[in-house]
Design a protein around this ligand. Structure first.
Ligand SMILES: NC(=O)c1ccc[n+]([C@@H]2O[C@H](COP(=O)([O-])OP(=O)(O)OC[C@H]3O[C@@H](n4cnc5c(N)ncnc54)[C@H](O)[C@@H]3O)[C@@H](O)[C@H]2O)c1
Length: 474
């Protein structure tokens, strides 16, 4: 559904009108218009800085080189020596940042993995404070902290946790011009898997992801880092449930954009819409209710017969049946629980017996409603919180099999689901986030595709909110 207010405030008159009344002026977000390039940062300036004792700079610089970036540095910053040492180790050429009158690089990466105590946080302040006023539209800020389990002291763990508050607050300040800030908490083993997360978080694919914290760890044994980012799903078979429309249709499209063959599933009543979504993608439609008792069996036999199994399973099908608990009938409760959560467990249980290829990756769609809770959504929120717990619980079991599972928690996304909301609720839902607008189905599809791809090899059991830093459950 068109966001008319965003269109209005992006006209010259509308912008002036809204600013003079102190109303929000949502920025136009820069989204990906095509698939990942082999080296997505080629031709782009990236400013890198670090704390003086940073331990991941060589890995970060090697990743930035692989992504094609032109790396800039701030020689006056207190952590410059750490960056220089990292560049020497990684064989990366450094360029000095321009003068104060030059535009700041549109990507800023701060390696804060060596901050040993509270005082060390000042180094982050020193880099960002003088630049905060001058960031170009749609700047991507990525800060790296050492994962708590890999910090050397209570002081270091405290400082690393402090970075969460810094990044979340910075994201709220810089969202006005479409800029984002996110924090990667990296274990030492995770250093080897940074190029994929950096490709996602520094690019247009993460336009609606801001103020988030994501852990990067080790990859399954035998995994290899992707040599380039383009067509990373070529030769892979991906299943998407609820693929006929909305977010599911966008997921099918973006997975296909990166090279996957998509098997889309939806209710038999949606067979026509399912065909319309999948035929331009040369995908396969399967008219099958996810709650059918034989859904797992039929999906597994279809996958085995046609493709010898699937590489990617995206559980997207979902419904809302909102009622205050006092008015909720058992039928409304059961329906939402069965579709949004029960079906995921049943289908996966069957697929894990047979129907998957080695290294399979699962992605489940949760919701920020499952994090913050919502009056009238006890049923829905129970399922969406359940999805987060399911991913956490299943991850270590899958890791032993060389597989992974993650979840994406959308905020307010422009789909038929949200178009059906009363106008006042919809307008509020759109604005209460750092980017002052709803997300698009593409935004969820980009995050799902990232998790489904080898770019997210070091990520397992995690949930990423794609919500523009919605205030709900923030
Ligand atoms: N739109 C949002 O703002 C938003 C926010 C948070 C989470 N989500 C989640 O994202 C997912 C997609 O939502 P959407 O907005 O695209 O919804 P939508 O209603 O537009 O699409 C959902 C799709 O799932 C299918 N589906 C429903 N029940 C099914 C069943 N039993 N078997 C097979 N298919 C079934 C529907 O036919 C439909 O094609 C859902 O899990 C939803 O809870 C959406």
């Amino acid at each position: 559904m068109l966001d008319r207010y965003l269109e209005f405030t992006n006209s010259a008159f509308g912008k002036q009108f809204a600013s003079s009344l102190g109303l929000p002026t949502p920025p136009r977000l820069q989204r990906a218009e095509s698939g990942y390039a082999a080296a997505p940062l080629a031709g782009m300036k990236v400013l890198i800085a670090a704390d003086a004792a940073a331990t991941a700079s060589a890995a970060v610089l090697a990743a930035l080189r692989a992504l094609g970036a032109t790396v800039q540095v701030a020689p006056g910053h207190s952590g410059f020596a750490a960056v220089k040492a990292g560049a020497q180790a990684a064989g990366v050429e450094l360029h000095s940042e321009g003068s104060d009158s030059d535009p700041i690089a549109p990507v800023i990466v701060f390696d804060a993995t060596g901050i040993a105590g509270t005082g060390g946080l000042k180094q982050v302040y020193e880099l960002f404070q003088p630049r905060a006023r001058r960031l170009v539209a749609n700047t991507r800020v990525v800060v790296l902290a050492r994962a708590t389990a890999d910090t050397d002291s209570v002081q270091a763990a405290t400082a690393a946790a402090g970075l969460r508050g810094f990044v979340r607050s910075l994201a709220k300040e810089i969202g006005k011009n479409g800029s984002t800030a996110n924090l990667l908490e990296v274990s030492r083993a995770g250093d080897a898997w940074l190029s994929g997360p950096l490709a996602f978080f520094t690019g247009p694919n993460s336009a609606y992801v801001t103020g988030q914290v994501l852990a990067v760890g080790d990859a399954p044994k035998g995994a290899t880092a992707p040599a380039h980012c383009n067509q990373s799903l070529a030769g892979k078979v991906a299943v998407v449930t609820g693929a006929a429309r909305g977010i599911g249709a966008a997921i099918a499209q973006i997975l296909a954009r990166e090279g996957a063959t998509v098997v889309g599933m939806d209710r038999p009543a949606e067979e026509g819409a399912l065909g319309a979504t999948l035929s331009p993608l040369n995908g396969v439609g399967l008219a099958l209710d996810v709650t059918a008792p034989d859904a797992g069996e039929r999906l597994a036999s279809e996958l085995n017969a046609r493709f010898g199994g699937a590489d990617i399973i995206v559980h997207n099908a979902g419904v809302t049946r909102d009622k205050m608990l006092r008015n909720m009938t058992p039928a409304l409760w059961d329906m939402v629980l069965d579709i949004n959560l029960g079906a995921i467990l049943n289908i996966n249980e069957r697929l894990l017996q047979s129907g998957l290829k080695p290294g399979a990756r699962f992605v489940c769609i949760s919701s920020i409603g499952g994090i913050g809770g919502n009056a009238g959504q006890t049923n829905y929120a129970a399922t969406k919180a359940g999805v987060i717990g399911y991913a956490e619980a299943l991850a270590p079991i899958l890791a032993k099999k060389g597989m992974a599972i993650n979840a994406v928690a959308p905020g307010f996304i422009e789909t038929q689901m949200t178009a059906a909301m009363p106008m006042a609720n919809r307008e509020v839902g759109r604005r209460v986030n750092s980017l002052a607008q709803g997300g698009l189905p593409q935004d969820i599809a980009e995050a799902v595709t990232f998790f489904a791809s080898p770019l997210a090899m070091g990520i397992n059991g995690k949930t990423l909110r794609v919500c523009g830093q919605n205030w709900l459950g923030a």
